[in-house]
Design a protein around this ligand. Structure first.
Ligand code: ADQ
Length: 497
């Protein structure tokens, strides 16, 4: 263990909540998405630091709400400010119109606007200055995701020599897609300024290594297995894969609680006819919702006997509402739901129940617990935590998981899930039929296998394996500090003055 390590510092585009001004008071609501679900329990009570954008644009004095949230959350929060224009160019632009679609293999959705890149570098530089000003040399700085790839090179340019780790939550694309990026060499070079680069799966690391070998000269690679060492003149960097996970015990115990059981019973009471198929996704074109709806439509056409005996509950969490492509996607999903419901609904049975809102943990767990089938079919996904959450919450071992082979979770869950190509509508419909008719024994065995894997490789395993590779230590290197005990739950909304 490295004795000099002092604090765990996390940097991500957003702080783990969204702040809003409500007249004279403030409201913080939990951030949606996998990164927050995964990291909030890790930093809680450790007195560490989280650097990120709090969700407010412009020049607003954020010290009072930040002080309140830091005092009560169990770690300190350091905001990074942004103007509306910067947000548009760096976040909406380079992050979500270039890196997000390209890294999910959807290059035709990209808008390679040159001005985006300048804004991206400038915001990465701002994150770097905030990190430099609020950390000490012994802190371990762990930067997250595609918005902040250039933070290490900016920090190095400022003379910061702290230990820096990076984790990419989304996939890394294959060479022939990555090659389209106008800033491909800059991105690869910037990543090499971290000390450890982590990907979700072996597939992503393989793609990255292939790109490095193609574009970076004088590169040597040593070792094999989960973490390898890459050297370029003047730098040595470790590169590994660390499949992210969930707090298994929290989901599993939560699902057994009385209030979740009651809500689950109530949900099934309201949808009494047959089996429930569940889809839960952030609103995003990578999640494959349109293909999924068409597969469900195909199932009902091909198996008229299932009509009235199977119901799809599709929950869509609002996301990136200010991006036009996301607004169009919402309209298209609603049109498809309306069309399918219009075609098949009969008195007493509506085939698709569509919810477009965020759910609290109790409701989400209740849906997980009550659904006989989870239909998780992203076109590509870094990991997909919903798949793992569904399994952890399936306390009675009666559920079946249909999972896209392009989700990062597929290699880990392949012994229990029914893997499908999400573009293959007939195959997905076939898997639905197979899951619908699967006997209890097979469901139990498959679910049991998946639960064992998720329980063993949970979120604490993930953090520890990353930290072991980064600093030869584990989360225990940053012990829980009495005076930082949290009194608010960042996964619930809070209002304060
Ligand atoms: P996301 O694309 O956000 O994450 P995912 O991993 O599935 O995808 O996480 C979604 C999270 O949102 C889950 O934790 C889930 O509980 C929560 N959620 C979903 N529906 C909700 C609802 N209706 N109400 C409230 N919460 C809801 C990115 C990458 C993924 C990667 C994660 C973590 O795109 O591939 O798995 O980061 O690395």
């Amino acid at each position: 263990m490295n004795d000099e390590i002092r604090r765990l510092v996390i940097a991500s585009n957003r702080l783990p909540f969204v702040l809003e001004r409500l007249g004279d008071s403030w409201r913080s609501t939990p951030g949606s998405g996998g990164l927050v679900t995964a990291l909030a329990p890790v930093l809680r009570d450790r007195g560490g630091l989280w650097v990120g954008w709090p969700g407010i644009v412009g020049d607003v004095d954020l010290s009072p709400p930040m002080a309140y949230l830091s005092r009560n959350a169990g770690f300190t929060m350091q905001p990074v400010s942004m103007s509306q224009e910067e947000l548009e160019m760096y976040y909406r632009g380079l992050s979500n119109e270039v890196l997000w679609p390209l890294f999910h293999d959807l290059q035709s959705y990209c808008n390679f606007e040159p001005a985006y890149w300048k804004a991206y570098l400038s915001i990465n530089r701002r994150f770097a200055s905030v990190i430099r000003d609020s950390t000490l040399p012994g802190d371990f700085v762990w930067v997250h995701d595609y918005h902040l790839i250039c933070v290490a090179s900016e920090l190095r340019a400022m003379g910061v020599s702290s230990s820096l780790g990076f984790f990419l939550h989304i996939p890394f694309p294959p060479l022939d897609i990555f090659v389209k990026l106008p800033w491909r060499t800059e991105i690869l070079r910037a990543l090499l300024d971290f000390d450890l680069i982590g990907f979700q799966t072996a597939r992503d690391r393989r793609n990255f290594m292939h790109c490095l070998r193609t574009f970076v000269r004088d590169l040597t690679v040593e070792g094999k297995g989960q973490v390898v060492t890459v050297s370029v003149p003047g730098r040595t960097v470790r590169v590994g894969y660390f499949p992210i996970s969930i707090d298994y015990d929290e989901f599993s115990l939560g699902a057994r609680s009385e209030e979740v059981s009651e809500t689950a019973w109530y949900i099934h009471e309201k949808i009494p006819e047959g089996k429930i198929v569940l889809g839960v996704d952030r609103l995003d074109y990578t999640k494959g919702i349109r293909y999924r709806l068409r597969a469900f439509d195909h199932l009902l056409r091909e198996h008229p006997d299932l009509r009235g005996r199977i119901t799809l509950v599709q929950i869509v969490v609002p996301s990136r509402r200010d991006i036009p492509m996301y607004r169009d996607l919402k309209i298209e999903i609603e049109r498809l739901v309306g069309e399918i419901n219009g075609r098949f609904t009969v008195s007493g049975w509506v085939p698709i129940h569509y919810l477009h809102r965020s759910l609290d943990r109790r409701e989400l767990l209740a849906y997980y617990r009550t659904a006989e089938i989870a239909l998780i079919t992203p076109l590509k996904d870094g990991m997909n935590l919903v798949a793992k959450e569904y399994c952890a919450a399936n306390t009675e071992l009666t559920g079946a998981l249909i999972l896209s082979e392009f989700a990062g979770a597929a290699p880990q869950l392949q012994r229990g899930a029914l893997l499908v190509n999400p573009y293959d509508i007939e195959e997905v419909a076939g898997a639905l039929f197979r899951a619908w008719s699967m006997d209890a024994e097979e469901r139990r065995e498959r679910m049991n296998r998946m639960q064992q894997t998720i329980q063993r490789y949970d979120i604490y395993w993930w953090v520890d394996s990353f930290l072991r590779a980064a600093i030869a230590g584990t989360l225990d290197a940053f012990p829980v500090i009495e005076e930082y005990q949290s009194s608010i739950n960042l996964l619930s909304p809070v209002e304060f003055d």
